[in-house]
Design a protein. Structure first.
Length: 360
């Protein structure tokens, strides 16, 4: 399978060698209010997000009222919902007539606007106005839909929660059949916000993806509390990070409780930027800020007592002490001095260099 080792979302290049691209998933946190949606876009930008994302679904196109009502009980995070599953989805639809207004606000704020579409109509609506599509984990088995999105030619961000490796390979093949611009997102799709979810987020899957798809752009769609897992994911190669975003975790709604807020989002971005710098090049060397430390903490070979010219040096004549002076013999070269004559006078504690010795 052929794929690009970097993607571009608008003018932003994303690869293993580039800085992390942060997506604030507003999802249903607009609460059906256009003004709130605009405010969340602005807050996301102010908090350091590179993109905001909305989820565009219609209840009739994403859930079966019959199917969920016949489950007899609500499952997982839906157990907290007051209304039926169908009615909850209906209530939190993102009106598609908001589209141009939201795009204009994002443009003014200088932040990308993305979507997760959940039906063909949504794909058609957004294909000419957004720079990339996100595919939710729940659609990873719907290869017909994956291919349709891939055919639009936009970068595809594919979440892989609640999936086996076989599911991932099948979905990746479906996208790459038509589109080489793919970002593969590790994800755990439990939306309870419980700390126990750290047991299941399985960040080392990013290593598996990196081995299976060398230098493919990787990312992490996270629903765990805080940003501990985000920092781990970035350390393992994730360069796209997606988390839910709200202005108030105490608001009523499906996504508010486990979302990041402006303060925590800003902290996450700042700590990630520090981490990016800290990860470095991977080349082991004495760093610029260690040059002085290398002098004051390393040892060199010094005279253990007064040494006169023509003295034959033995181990008792030498001591290994800080600081290490440029040109002084290093401890690992002590054998070069043993049994040799010293040419110059040395005071007790003075460093010894090779030019002080008769080595031939």
């Amino acid at each position: 399978m052929k794929y690009n080792q970097f993607i571009k979302i608008n003018d932003r290049k994303i690869s293993i060698n580039d800085s992390v691209y942060f997506i604030a998933d507003i999802a249903s946190n607009h609460d059906g209010n256009l003004d709130r949606a605009h405010d969340l876009i602005r807050l996301a930008k102010q908090s350091g997000a590179d993109a905001v994302k909305f989820q565009h679904f219609r209840a009739t196109k994403i859930v079966s009222d019959y199917g969920f009502s016949h489950l007899k009980t609500k499952i997982g995070h839906q157990n907290e919902w007051k209304k039926s599953v169908f009615d909850t989805y209906k209530e939190y639809e993102c009106p598609r007539e908001w589209t141009l207004d939201l795009i204009e606000t994002a443009r003014k704020e200088g932040i990308d606007l993305l979507t997760t579409p959940y039906d063909f109509e949504a794909v058609d609506l957004f294909k000419n106005v957004i720079p990339a599509f996100k595919i939710g984990s729940g659609d990873i088995t719907w290869t017909e839909f994956l291919e349709y999105i891939a055919l639009q030619g936009k970068p595809v961000l594919l979440a892989t929660g609640a999936s086996s490796m076989g599911d991932v390979e099948r979905a990746v093949a479906a996208v790459l059949k038509h589109n080489r611009n793919l970002v593969l997102l590790q994800c755990n799709t439990n939306y309870t916000g419980c700390r126990d979810n750290f047991r299941y987020v399985n960040l080392n899957v990013l290593k598996t993806y990196a081995k299976q798809f060398p230098r493919m752009v990787l990312g992490f769609s996270d629903h765990t509390p805080g940003y501990t897992a985000v920092l781990g994911a970035v350390s393992l190669g994730a360069r796209v990070i997606e988390k839910h975003f709200t202005d108030d975790n105490n608001r009523v709604g499906p996504d508010h409780s486990f979302s990041m807020n402006p303060r925590s989002w800003k902290d996450m971005v700042e700590n990630t930027r520090d981490l990016e710098v800290a990860l470095g090049s991977g080349i082991k060397t004495i760093e610029k800020n260690e040059n002085e430390t290398a002098i004051i903490q390393r040892r060199c070979i010094r005279a253990a007592h007064e040494l006169k010219p023509e003295s034959i040096i033995n181990r008792d004549d030498l001591e290994i002490l800080r600081p290490s002076i440029l040109g002084a013999v290093q401890p690992y070269d002590i054998d070069l001095l043993l049994g040799k004559k010293i040419k110059t006078y040395k005071q007790h504690g003075e460093d010894i260099s090779l030019t002080d010795m008769e080595l031939s």
